[in-house]
Write a protein that binds this ligand. Sequence first.
Ligand SMILES: *[C@@H]1O[C@H](CO)[C@@H](O)[C@H](O)[C@H]1NC(C)=O
Ligand SMILES: *[C@@H]1O[C@H](CO)[C@@H](O)[C@H](O)[C@H]1NC(C)=O
Ligand SMILES: *[C@@H]1O[C@H](CO)[C@@H](O)[C@H](O)[C@H]1NC(C)=O
Ligand SMILES: *[C@@H]1O[C@H](CO)[C@@H](O)[C@H](O)[C@H]1NC(C)=O
Ligand SMILES: *[C@@H]1O[C@H](CO)[C@@H](O)[C@H](O)[C@H]1NC(C)=O
Ligand SMILES: *[C@@H]1O[C@H](CO)[C@@H](O)[C@H](O)[C@H]1NC(C)=O
Ligand SMILES: *[C@@H]1O[C@H](CO)[C@@H](O)[C@H](O)[C@H]1NC(C)=O
Ligand SMILES: *[C@@H]1O[C@H](CO)[C@@H](O)[C@H](O)[C@H]1NC(C)=O
Ligand SMILES: *[C@@H]1O[C@H](CO)[C@@H](O)[C@H](O)[C@H]1NC(C)=O
Ligand SMILES: *[C@@H]1O[C@H](CO)[C@@H](O)[C@H](O)[C@H]1NC(C)=O
Ligand SMILES: *[C@@H]1O[C@H](CO)[C@@H](O)[C@H](O)[C@H]1NC(C)=O
Ligand SMILES: *[C@@H]1O[C@H](CO)[C@@H](O)[C@H](O)[C@H]1NC(C)=O
Length: 798
Amino acid sequence: MMTIFTKQMPFLLLLLLSLTTFHRTRSSNDHKLVRCNEKDQETLLIFKKGINDSYGQISTWSTEKDCCAWEGVHCDNITGRVTELDLGNHGLTGEINLSILQLEFLSYLDLSWNDFDVINIPTTQNNITHASNLFYLDLSIYFFDTSTLHMDNLDWLYPLSSLKYLNLTGIDLHRETNWLQAVATLPSLLALQLSQCNVTNFIINPSVEYLNLSSLVTLDLSFNNITFKSPNWFFNLTKDLTYLDLSRTNIHGEILSSLLNLKKLRILDLSLNHLQGFVPDEISQLANIHHLDLFGNWLSGSNIPSIVANLSSLEHLNIGYNNFSGKISEITFSKLSNFEYIDLRSLNFVFQFDLNWVPPFQLQHLSLSNTNQGPNFPSWIYTQKSLQFLDLSSSGISLVDRNNFLSLIERIPYLSLSNNSITEDISNLTLKCDSLYLDHNNFTGGLPNISPMAIVVDLSYNSFSGSIPHSWKNLKYLYYINLWNNKLSGEALGHLSNWTRLDYLNLGENEFSGTIPIKLSQNLNYFILRSNQFEGTIPQQLFNLPYLFHLDLSHNKLSGPMPECAYNLTLMVTLPMNSHSYFVSFEWFTKGQDYYVDDDYSNRRTIDLSRNNLSGEVPSELYHLVQVQTLNLSHNNFIGTIPKVIGGMKNMESLDLSNNKFCGEIPQSMSLLSFLGYLNLSYNNFDGKIPIGTQLQSFNASSYIGNPKLCGAPLKNCTTKEGNHKTTKTSQENEDDDSIRESLFLGMGVGFAAGFWGICGSLFLIRKWRHAYYRFVDGVGDKLYVIFMVKLNSFRRN
Ligand SMILES: *[C@@H]1O[C@H](CO)[C@@H](O)[C@H](O)[C@H]1NC(C)=O
Ligand SMILES: *[C@@H]1O[C@H](CO)[C@@H](O)[C@H](O)[C@H]1NC(C)=O
Ligand SMILES: *[C@@H]1O[C@H](CO)[C@@H](O)[C@H](O)[C@H]1NC(C)=O
Ligand SMILES: *[C@@H]1O[C@H](CO)[C@@H](O)[C@H](O)[C@H]1NC(C)=O
Ligand SMILES: *[C@@H]1O[C@H](CO)[C@@H](O)[C@H](O)[C@H]1NC(C)=O
Ligand SMILES: *[C@@H]1O[C@H](CO)[C@@H](O)[C@H](O)[C@H]1NC(C)=O
Ligand SMILES: *[C@@H]1O[C@H](CO)[C@@H](O)[C@H](O)[C@H]1NC(C)=O
Ligand SMILES: *[C@@H]1O[C@H](CO)[C@@H](O)[C@H](O)[C@H]1NC(C)=O
Ligand SMILES: *[C@@H]1O[C@H](CO)[C@@H](O)[C@H](O)[C@H]1NC(C)=O
Ligand SMILES: *[C@@H]1O[C@H](CO)[C@@H](O)[C@H](O)[C@H]1NC(C)=O
Ligand SMILES: *[C@@H]1O[C@H](CO)[C@@H](O)[C@H](O)[C@H]1NC(C)=O
Ligand SMILES: *[C@@H]1O[C@H](CO)[C@@H](O)[C@H](O)[C@H]1NC(C)=O
C-alpha cells in the first residue's frame, strides 16, 4: 500500500503529462491488402455511436477508411476479422456499449483509463455471446471516486469462456451480489482485478460445487468493504494463487488459517485492515513469498523476526504500524539476499545490529521512522549503495560517523532524517536529492548545495547559518521550501524569481533581509517571512496571487501603505466554483491538526502583517476577502475607520487591529462575525458605543482598552452624549463603495486547471502528507487520496 505516496506519485505526474498526449501503444497499421470484415465494421460503428470522442482520438473511425486501419483496431492479417481493440487512455467519454462483444474473433479488449459515463449491457435480444475468443478484458478506470460507471450484473460474462484476464477496477458492482458466482463460471480465468469496485460480500451460501476458481493466479479485491465472514472455503478453492491483494478490505480478526494453504503465494498484501493477534508461524512455510505487506493492522507477537528470517525469498517487507515486539538483529536478515524494500516504521522492536555487519542485500527503500535506533546511526546502513528512499525520522539518532554519513546522504533521492539530534556541518555537500527533510535537528554551518531536481526542501528547526547558496537558483522544480527557525541571513528573496513552481515558502524566524520582489511564482499558497529583517514596501503583486491563502509578513521592517488592489487573492475570496471543492482538503487538515507533531503553521486562510511600520489607510478591498479566518494588522501605523463591510467576513475567527491609529465607530455589522473567538481592538482611537450583540460583548475589556473615547459593555457605560454620537463622515463614504465592490467579487471565479498544481500538487508534497500517510490506517487517509483524485479528474475534465 505504500504505492500511493511513493510509487504512484511520479506515475501521476506522468499521467498528467499524458493527458494531453494520449499514448498510443501501437500505431495503427495500414493494411493495404487485408479488407476489413463488413459485419465487424458495422459492430464497431455501433460502438462508436455511444462514444463522445471529445479529443478526436478515434476520428479515424469512418467508412472512408478500412476499419482495420482505424485507431486502436487490429485485424487478423489473413481473414480481416477484428482481433484486438486497444483504446486504453484515449480520453473517451460517453457510453461503453458491450454489444462490441459481438465481434466474433475479438481476443483483446482494452478500454481502460478513459472516462466513460455509463456501460450499456445489451438486453438478451442482442446476443453478445460471440466473443468466445476473448482472453483479455480491461474496463478499469482510474478516477473511481467521481466515476459513475457501474454494472448491475455480470451475467454477460458467462459466455466469455476463454477469458483469462479480467480487470474491472473502479467500476461500482455493489448491485451484483453474485459477483463471485459470475466470475467463478469463467473456466480459464487467471487474473481477476476488482479493486475499488464497492463489492461487499463473499456469497455466504457458497454452492461450492459450482465454484471452480482453481485456475486463478492473481486476485485483487483491495479497497472494497468486504464482510469477511467465512472465506476459508474460498481460499481452499484457490490454491494456485500467487498474487493476493486484500489491502483495505475491512478484514477483522486473526489472519485466516486457510491463507496458509496458498503455498504458491509470491505476493500477499493484507495492509490497512483490522487484523489482530499473532502472525501464525506457518507463514514462514510460504517459501515463495517475495512481497509481504501487513502494514497498518493491530497485529502483535514477537515471532515476526524469526518468521522473516526464514522467508529467504523475501524482497519486500512492509509491516509498519502494528504492535509487534521482539528483537531485530543481523540474524533476522542474514538469509535475505534479495531484500530491496523494508518498512518497519513505528514498531517497538529492539534493534541490535553488530557494528561491523555487512548485509547480504542492497536495499532501495528503507523506513525505520519512529523506531528506536539511536544514539548511533545504524552503521550497516552505510553499506547500502542503492538506496532511493531512506526515512529515519524520529529514531533517536544523535551520533554519526561523519565521513560515512556524508557520503551516504549525498546520494539518496528521498531522504528524511527529521526529528533527530544530528549536529553535523554539511555545507560542503552537494545533495542529490529530490525530497529532503532534515528538519528538527541541530545541523550547523552553511546550507549545502542541492541537486537542481529538488522539489521539497525542509531544513526548518536547525542551526544553519550564512546565506542561501547562489546555486539554489537552479532549483527550478522547487515546490516546497521551509527554512523556518535557523540563523540564516542575507538577501534570500533574490532567488524567488527563479523558483517559478514554488507553492510553499517559509523563511520565517531567521535574519534574512532585503525587499520583497515583484516577480513571484503564481502558484504560491503560503508566503511566510515572519520574524526577519525584510524592509521596503509590500508589492501589489503579492496581493494578486490567485492561490495564496496564508500570508505572514509579521515582525519585519516593512513600511509604506498597503497596496491598493487586493482583488486577485482569489482563494481568500471565494470557494472554487468546482463542486468538488478542493478546499475540503484544507478544512480537513484544520480539523485534523492534533494529529500533526509539527504544526508550526496552520492551514487557515491567514493574513498577518503585524509588527511592521505599515501606514496609511487599509484599502477596503482587504475586508472583502471573505474567506479569511485570521487577520492581524496589529502594531503598525494604520489610520482610518473599519468599514461596515467587515461584517461580511463571516469566517473570521481571529481579528487583531490593536496598536494602530484606527478611528471612528466600531460598525454594528461586526456583531455578525459569529465565529470570532479572538478580538483585539485595543490602543487605537475608536470612539462611540461598542455595538450590542452577543459576539462583541463576549470579549472582556482588554479587547477594547486604550481607546479613550470608546464606551459601552464590556467597557464603562456610555454617557448620553457619547451614545448618541453619529457615524462619522469617513465611514459613510466607505459604506457607499462597499456595494459596488460586492458585485465585483461575486463575479470572480477560479481557473481550476491553472490552479491544480498550485493546490493539490502541493498537498501531495508537503510534509504533512507524510504524516497523513499514517492516517490511512483508520481510513481517514482514503479521503485525502480520494480528494486528490477528484482534483485530478476535474482537472482533466477541464
Ligand atoms: C462530450 O464531452 C464533452 C466534454 O467532456 C462535453 O462537453 C459534451 O457535452 C459531451 N457531449 C455529449 C453529446 O455528451
Ligand atoms: C500476419 O501477422 C502475423 C502476426 O500477427 C505475422 O507473423 C505475419 O508475418 C503476418 N503476415 C503478413 C502476410 O503480414
Ligand atoms: C446467441 O448465440 C448463440 C451462439 O452463437 C446461439 O446459440 C443462441 O441461440 C443465440 N441467442 C439468441 C437469443 O440469438
Ligand atoms: C487493472 O486496472 C488498474 C486500474 O487501471 C491498473 O492499475 C492495474 O494495473 C490493472 N491490472 C492489470 C493486471 O493490468
Ligand atoms: C457502494 O455501495 C453502497 C451499498 O452497498 C451504496 O450505498 C453506495 O452508494 C456505493 N458507493 C458508491 C461510491 O457507488
Ligand atoms: C463497511 O461495512 C460495514 C458493515 O457492512 C459497515 O458497518 C461500515 O460502515 C462500512 N464501512 C465503510 C467505510 O463503508
Ligand atoms: C479449508 O481449509 C481449512 C484448513 O486447511 C480446513 O480446516 C477447512 O475444513 C477447509 N474448508 C473447506 C470448506 O474445505
Ligand atoms: C569545506 O571545504 C573547505 C575547503 O575544502 C574546508 O576548508 C572546510 O574545512 C570544509 N568544511 C567542512 C565543514 O568540512
Ligand atoms: C543545538 O546546538 C547548540 C549549540 O551546539 C546547543 O546550544 C543546543 O542546545 C542544541 N539544540 C538541540 C535541540 O540539540
Ligand atoms: C534565474 O532567473 C533569471 C531570470 O529570471 C535567469 O536569467 C537566470 O539564468 C536564472 N538563473 C538560474 C541559475 O537558472
Ligand atoms: C487579476 O488577474 C487577472 C488575470 O490573471 C488580470 O487580468 C487582472 O489584471 C488582475 N487584476 C488585478 C487588479 O491585478
Ligand atoms: C450601566 O448601565 C446599566 C443599565 O443600562 C446598569 O444596570 C449598570 O449598573 C450600569 N453600570 C455602571 C458601571 O454604571
